[in-house]
Design a protein around this ligand. Structure first.
Ligand code: PLP
Length: 371
């Protein structure tokens, strides 16, 4: 079946008793046993398993082409769920520009005997050079935040596998509609469902999809249940409700972002535009190969330095000044001031999460703000 159909139907569990079209929300924390002690419906206690969580896990697993998925209470809990399968002595390779807290968590894990090396993953030779005998995990993220740099997933996965390591990919910015890392060789895919999957800026969540149901999947499932950072039934229901329209939203986000990026490249007060759909973007060729469309995130650098960039963000009316991404509302953010003193982000850079308003209205708002 095609991805639009999978997005609408995968995992659905309508209530047969009521003839409902949409899944009910199962708030019950506990489930009845048979007289002989069995659990006839497969559920015992909601931290261990719940119909709404199963529905979300099944749907995302089908969309990514995986064997099974494990849902968490946030994207960071999903990342911690993957890192939880590491042992003292293990070595991790991660991108220098990974999601900020991913890097922080990896550095924190030094005190548990897990070491990380951070490399520029747009250069596969740097990944190869960082491999050590204990390298267990190579973490990929693409497009990256906030410069929208592109990593060759197939290339990095091959380097990881040659070294006996596994490759995990944070697919939050692309979603399975634009890019399917498992098909490109990754072993695990992770998402903050908080972003495009939920899609309406109203639910925090995370999920890991595994290519196979093996020891690795079992370890992540154990962390979900024992660590207990599980999403509520309503969180799962909301995330899945968002996913039902994901293919069409990603098309809209990508088309709008391409139009905004094109406008910005032609504006005299814009120094540089970062969007993988632009032909002169350094990662354009790889992006065109591994992505179906180029996504809804655009960053740009204004003339006039940080003060000008902050001023432009202050003057938009349709774009809301806020962090996060992937919702129907367009957002604008001055990244360097969010990231703080250690930030390597150019201080005249604004990051846009392009929503589903009409692109002409978004362009008019940016045009007015740029003056
Ligand atoms: C938001 C985000 C995360 C973390 O997800 P939370 O739900 O905020 O914990 C991880 N990776 C990427 C790329 C993100 O954008």
């Amino acid at each position: 079946m095609n991805i639009e159909t999978i997005a609408v139907h995968a995992g659905e569990r309508p209530d047969r008793n009521a003839g409902s079209v949409i899944d009910p929300i199962y708030l019950s924390t506990t489930f009845e046993r048979d007289a002989d002690g069995d659990y006839p419906h497969g559920y015992m206690y909601s931290r261990n398993g719940n119909p709404n969580r199963d529905a979300l896990e099944e749907c995302l697993s089908a969309l990514e082409g995986g064997a099974a998925a494990v849902a968490f209470a946030s994207g960071m809990a999903a990342i911690a769920g993957i890192f939880g399968m590491l042992s003292p002595g293990d070595h991790v390779i991660a991108p220098i520009d990974s999601y900020y807290l991913t890097g922080v968590l990896l550095r924190d894990m030094g005190s548990w005997g897990i070491e990380a090396t951070f490399v520029d993953m747009t250069r596969p030779a740097d990944v190869e050079a960082a491999i050590r005998p204990g390298t267990r995990l190579v973490w990929v993220e693409t497009p990256t935040n906030p410069l929208l740099r592109i990593v060759d997933i197939a290339g990095v996965a091959a380097i990881a596998h040659a070294a006996g390591a596994i490759c995990a990919c944070d697919n939050t910015f692309a979603t399975p509609i634009l890019q399917r890392p498992l098909e490109l060789g990754a072993d695990l895919v992770m998402h903050a469902t908080t972003k495009y999957l939920g899609g309406h800026s109203d639910v925090v969540g995370g999920i890991v999809v595994a290519r196979e149901r093996g020891d690795m999947f079992d370890a992540i499932r154990r962390t979900q249940i024992r660590g207990g950072a599980v999403p509520s039934p309503f969180d799962c229901w909301l995330a899945l409700r968002g996913i039902r329209t994901l293919p069409y939203r990603m098309r809209g986000h990508s088309e709008n972002a391409a139009a905004v990026a094109d406008f910005l490249t032609r504006h005299a007060d814009v120094e540089r535009v970062h969007y993988p759909g632009l032909r002169d973007h350094p990662g354009h060729e790889i992006a065109a190969r591994q992505m179906k469309m180029f996504g809804g995130m655009v960053s740009f650098q204004t003339t006039g330095g940080a003060a000008r960039a902050v001023e432009v963000a202050a003057r938009t009316t349709l774009f809301t000044r806020a962090t996060s991404l992937g919702g129907v509302h367009s957002l604008i953010e001055h990244r360097a001031s969010i990231e703080g003193p250690g930030s390597s982000t150019p201080n005249n850079l604004l990051r846009l999460s392009i929503g589903l308003e009409h692109p002409d209205d978004l362009i008019a708002d940016l045009g007015r703000a740029l003056g």
